[in-house]
Each structure stands twice: as structure tokens, then as C-alpha cells.
Write a protein that binds this ligand. Structure first.
Ligand SMILES: Nc1ncnc2c1ncn2[C@@H]1O[C@H](COP(=O)(O)OP(=O)(O)OP(=O)(O)O)[C@@H](O)[C@H]1O
Ligand SMILES: [Mg+2]
Length: 580
């Protein structure tokens, strides 16, 4: 098993070591029991010695009880060790994912991460449990039983010595044949999880497009594939039990033949034959267990690889020791910034961007879809790192800041925003968990959310469902703005955050910003000219480059793109009004 993953065993090392020790004791009892039985038959029964039978019988019961005790204890420690290991692994993956930057997250699919945290960990847990329980048991059992057999009958011991590698070989060969099918099954699981997750997440869209049938078919196809792969694998594995049974009966038959002769020749006793038969069955079933563990380990192998991928991912952004914790002001500077989502040498999403925004300014950003507006602003709170050049906040390169300190001062309302399960209070307090009720209500008033919240029967205690699906699009946007405001940031970025808000409310929000947080630098990305028209400065983005910068008036004179958008919206709107 993967060594790096084993580091997560941590405090469960004790149980991990205890398990094989307990198993060894259990096996010892199990090996001694047939010996006692042989003595009871050969000495007690043959000589009619009732006292001996009683004494040995009591000893036998004591051993059986001890075996039971050790076995149960081993089961417990194995369960604790493996479940604990799984818990730690899950914890480690989860914490690792929290450290991921946006760039790291881009490397994994959500469903991939979910599969790793669920199915894959369960596989590893199972393999771990079987390994510490059975891998210790089988060799000890085989060796001890063989030794005991040897003391009774060398020919039978030889017979077993020949059978063990043959049967072992066949069983492992079967396991190896089934292995690729199991690996395929788990790959397919990933696809299944992806489909289910995507479908459930987007259940409303699926319904709206009446794509239910199509999705059902897609799901059915993958489901069938998994069924086929599983049956294929299990059909192969199913040979294990009959082959095993057949071998056991064949071996027992030969033993009875060989032993029978010896008994007649009086070189062996009946009780001895009984005990070697028990040993043979114990040895062969141990072999069966080994192959079973083997299959489990092979299944877990694919899972360990996938888990390692997450644990080995290097977080792109790590705070340095001397990271700056204080953001002096809301001044923003871009110096020859190039940015590519795929790193150096990749397709540039931003090309040589130069920009200076003074602290406290209101800046509008406008441009067609895909012109890199979101990309531009995501560099300011360092959600991504620049590929070339540098971005400065408060005159200091963003890479020099402590990430939390920077992001507390640069508050972004992301374009693809979400609310979480919990009350409105809980959701807004994501911005600052210690904020008072009054403080929350104040930012909600600023974001023009206070009005509709007070219309809800439970007001601020209204529960938001997963993803925020029980409030309207515009209401959700206003809640997200309030959440961002609660941080009291020096820079506030709204990425298309009022697109679903009516124009009048939109204007009220901007007015509130102007009056209530005059010192905060505000960057507003919008499709509507009216949302940016009164800004101190408007940036026109086109194809990853700044196409023009200036006030609305200046841009109307100098910038073709701005003029075109302006005319299509403002003039068109004015004409509409006249016509209406
Ligand atoms: N996570 C990502 N990984 C790779 N490429 C991306 C990623 N996000 C955006 N892009 C690409 O970067 C370019 C700029 O996208 P961006 O989201 O910045 O545009 P935008 O101006 O915000 O568009 P919109 O108005 O639709 O929001 C696009 O070509 C887009 O396909
Ligand atoms: Mg965008």
C-alpha cells in the first residue's frame, strides 16, 4: 500500500499493531484445539479414561473461549484502526482541498473529489482492515498448522506442501484476471457520480429543458455498464469457492486414504487423522482468505492512486513567514500583467494590462462576454496569480500579503456566487462571524436587501436552502453584496452582481455606496451602461486587453466599443421610452 497514505494512520498505530498480535494469539488457540481433540480421542476415548476426557475437555473449552476473546478483540482493534485511518485520510484530503487555490481546484472535478472522499476512502479502509487482520492470520496459520501436521504425518504434510502453491497460484491467477474489471468499475463509478451530481445540482435546468428522459438514458447507460463490468469481474471471482471446495475434498480424500492405511498399519491414530484433516481445512481456507485480501488490495490500489493525486497536489499559494498583514489603502495597480489559466506558455487570457486605480475611486468595467472582465478582477484578491508582471494593492505586490489579510480587505462578489444552507444571518456572517445583528442589518440596508428580508415571515432568520434557490436571482445578488460589505473592505469588487436587480434598486445601491463607504475603492463589472455611467473611471475590456479607459464622456468621444454599447442601450432605451 502507498507509504505516503499510511502516514494518516497516526494515533491508530496502536490498534494497528495490536490487531496482528491478537490474531496470532487467536490462531495459536485454533491450532492447539485440534491437537487436544486428537488426544481426547486417542488417549481418553481409546483407553476409556473419563477423568482425562474431562480435564482435556475443560482445557479445550478454555482455549475455545480464549480464541473467541482474541478473535473478537482483534476484530474490534482492526475496525477501530481502519475506521480511524479512514477518518484521518478524509480529514487530510478535506483540509488539503481547503488550501487549494482556484488554479488547484481547476485541476479536479467536484465529483472526482467527492468520489475520493467517499468510495475511494471506503476501499482503502476495507483493504486496510483485511490486511491487518487476515494477512497476519494466513501465514501464521499455515506455518503452525504445517508444523503440527508434520509432527503427525510427514507424507500428509508433503501433500499439503504441494497443494498450497498450486491452489494459491490458481486463486491469485483468478484474482489477477478479475482485477482490470474491478479497476474499470471504479473508473465508471467516477462517471456515474459525475452524472448524478451534475444532474441533481442542475435539476431545475434539466426540468426546464425537459431533458429528464435524456438524463435517464445517460444514467441508465452508465448504470448498465457498471452492472456488466461487475458481473464480468464477479463471474471470474465466483470460481474461487468451487475450486477451493474441490481442492479441500480432494485433499481430504487423499488424506483419508493415506491416513487410513497408516491407521491399519498402526502408525497413526484415529484422533491424529481427525486433527490433520482440520489442519488441512484451516490451511486451505487461509489461502482463500489471502486471495480475497489480494483482490481487496488491488481494488484499493486504484483508489490510493486517486487519493494521492489530491494529497500530492501542491497548493499554489502559500503564505511566507514575513507575509504582510496590513493593507494600507485601496490603491490598485496592474503593471504589464499577462495571465493564462494554464500557466506559463498557455493561451493568454490577459495581455499586457496596465492600470492604476486610486484608493476610493468608483471604477466601472465593461466589455463583451469572454473579454476577461472576471479574469481581470480575480487577480486583485489573488484568486489566481499573474503569469507575468505584477498586481499591487496599496502599493504592495499582492503576493507579499498574507492571503487572509488581503482577502479580508479585497471583498469580491463573484459572478458565480452561492449562498449556503442556513439563516440569512448565518449567510451574511460569512463576511465576519462576529458581526452583531445590527451590523448585519446595516449592510443589508446598504445593499438594498433590508426591504425584502423584512417581508419574509421570519425576517433575518429565514432559512436559505442549499445554493440559495429559495430566493429570487436579484435577492440572492443583494444578499451576496451585503455579505461582501460586512467585511468592511478597502476594495469592493462586484462582478456582474446587480445584473438581476432592477435599474432603480441598482441606482440606490450605488448611491448608498457613494454616501456610506466613500473611502472604499469600488469596481463594478456590468453589462448595463447605467450601472457604470457615473463611475470616476470606466475600463473597456476587449479580448483580454484594455481597449479604453476614461469617464463616460471621454469614452463616448474616443472609444468605438463604448459608444456602440452606449448607443444600443441608452439611445435605444430613450427611443423606446418615446415610442412607449
Ligand atoms: N477557470 C478557467 N479556466 C480556463 N479558462 C477560463 C477560466 N475562466 C475563464 N476562462 C477563459 O478566459 C477568458 C476570459 O473569461 P472571463 O470569465 O474573464 O470573461 P468575462 O469578460 O468575465 O465574461 P462574462 O461577461 O461572460 O462574464 C474566456 O476565454 C474564458 O473561456
Ligand atoms: Mg465574467
Amino acid at each position: 500500500m502507498n507509504r505516503k497514505l499510511l502516514r494518516s494512520v497516526r494515533e491508530y498505530k496502536r490498534q494497528t499493531i495490536q490487531t496482528p498480535v491478537l490474531v496470532a494469539l487467536e490462531v495459536l488457540m485454533e491450532v492447539l484445539i485440534p491437537l487436544l481433540m486428537a488426544n481426547i480421542i486417542d488417549i481418553g476415548i481409546t483407553q476409556g479414561n473419563m477423568g482425562y476426557i474431562m480435564r482435556m475437555g475443560l482445557l479445550l473449552i478454555a482455549m475455545a473461549v480464549l480464541a473467541l476473546f482474541f478473535g473478537a478483540k482483534a476484530g474490534q482493534t482492526a475496525a477501530i484502526a481502519s475506521a480511524g485511518y479512514a477518518k484521518n485520510l478524509r480529514h487530510d484530503i478535506f483540509y488539503k482541498v481547503q488550501d487549494f487555490s482556484f488554479g488547484n481546484i481547476d485541476h479536479f472535478s467536484t465529483s472526482g473529489l467527492v468520489t475520493r472522499l467517499t468510495t475511494d476512502i471506503t476501499n482503502v479502509q476495507m483493504a486496510y482492515m483485511f490486511t491487518i487482520r487476515l494477512l497476519a492470520r494466513a501465514p501464521i496459520m499455515i506455518i503452525l498448522s504445517l508444523i503440527m501436521t508434520m509432527t503427525i504425518s510427514i507424507p500428509i504434510a508433503l501433500l499439503l506442501l504441494i497443494t498450497i502453491p498450486i491452489l494459491g497460484g490458481i486463486l491469485i491467477w483468478i484474482a489477477k484476471k478479475a482485477h482490470p474489471h474491478f479497476v474499470e468499475v471504479f473508473d465508471e463509478y467516477d462517471i456515474l457520480n459525475n452524472t448524478v451530481q451534475e444532474n441533481v445540482n442542475a435539476a431545475r435546468v434539466v426540468k426546464a429543458y425537459v431533458r429528464g428522459d435524456y438524463e435517464n438514458k445517460k444514467f441508465g447507460k452508465i448504470s448498465k455498464k457498471i452492472f456488466e463490468l461487475f458481473t464480468k469481474a464477479e463471474k471470474i471471482v465466483a470460481w474461487n469457492a468451487p475450486i477451493m471446495q474441490f481442492t479441500v475434498y480432494a485433499v481430504v480424500l487423499i488424506m483419508v486414504l493415506v491416513g487410513g492405511k497408516s491407521i491399519i498399519r498402526e502408525t497413526m491414530q484415529t484422533g491424529e487423522l481427525t486433527s490433520v484433516i482440520v489442519y488441512a481445512i484451516q490451511i486451505l481456507s487461509s489461502l482463500m482468505m489471502v486471495t480475497f485480501v489480494f483482490v481487496q488490495i488491488m481494488i484499493a490500489e486504484a483508489s490510493t492512486d486517486r487519493i494521492s493525486e489530491v494529497l500530492d497536489e501542491v497548493p499554489e499559494m502559500v503564505d511566507s513567514e514575513d507575509a504582510i498583514k496590513d493593507v494600507p489603502n485601496g490603491d490598485i495597480e496592474f503593471e504589464h500583467v499577462d495571465f493564462s489559466y494554464s500557466g506559463e506558455g498557455g493561451n493568454l487570457s490577459l495581455k499586457d494590462v496596465n492600470l492604476h486605480i486610486k484608493s476610493g475611486q468608483i471604477v466601472g468595467v465593461i466589455g463583451g462576454t469572454g473579454s476577461a472582465k472576471s479574469t481581470l478582477v480575480q487577480l486583485i484578491p489573488r484568486l489566481y496569480d499573474v503569469t507575468k508582471g505584477c498586481v499591487k494593492v496599496g502599493g504592495i505586490d499582492v503576493r507579499k500579503y498574507n492571503l487572509k489579510a488581503l482577502r479580508d480587505q479585497v471583498s469580491v462578489v463573484l459572478q458565480k456566487n452561492v449562498l449556503f444552507t442556513g439563516s440569512i444571518y448565518d449567510n451574511i456572517r460569512w463576511g465576519d462571524e462576529n458581526a452583531s445583528d445590527e451590523e448585519v442589518q446595516r449592510v443589508c440596508r446598504l445593499a438594498q436587501a433590508d426591504g425584502f428580508i423584512n417581508e419574509f415571515p421570519n425576517k433575518y432568520d429565514t432559512m436559505i436552502v442549499e445554493g440559495g434557490n429559495n430566493v429570487s436571482g436579484g435577492q440572492k445578488q443583494r444578499l451576496c453584496i451585503a455579505r461582501a460589505l460586512l467585511k468592511k473592505p478597502k476594495i469592493l469588487i462586484l462582478d456582474d452582481s446587480t445584473s438581476a436587480v432592477d435599474t432603480r434598486t441598482d441606482a440606490l445601491i450605488r448611491q448608498a455606496f457613494r454616501e456610506e463607504i466613500p473611502d472604499t475603492t469600488k469596481i463594478i463589472i456590468a453589462q448595463r451602461i447605467s450601472s457604470v455611467e457615473d463611475a470616476d473611471m470606466i475600463i473597456v475590456m476587449e479580448n483580454g486587453e484594455i481597449n479604453g479607459i476614461g469617464t463616460s464622456e471621454e469614452l463616448l468621444r474616443t472609444n468605438a466599443i463604448y459608444r456602440e454599447v452606449y448607443e444600443s442601450q441608452v439611445k435605444g432605451g430613450a427611443e423606446d421610452e418615446q415610442a412607449g
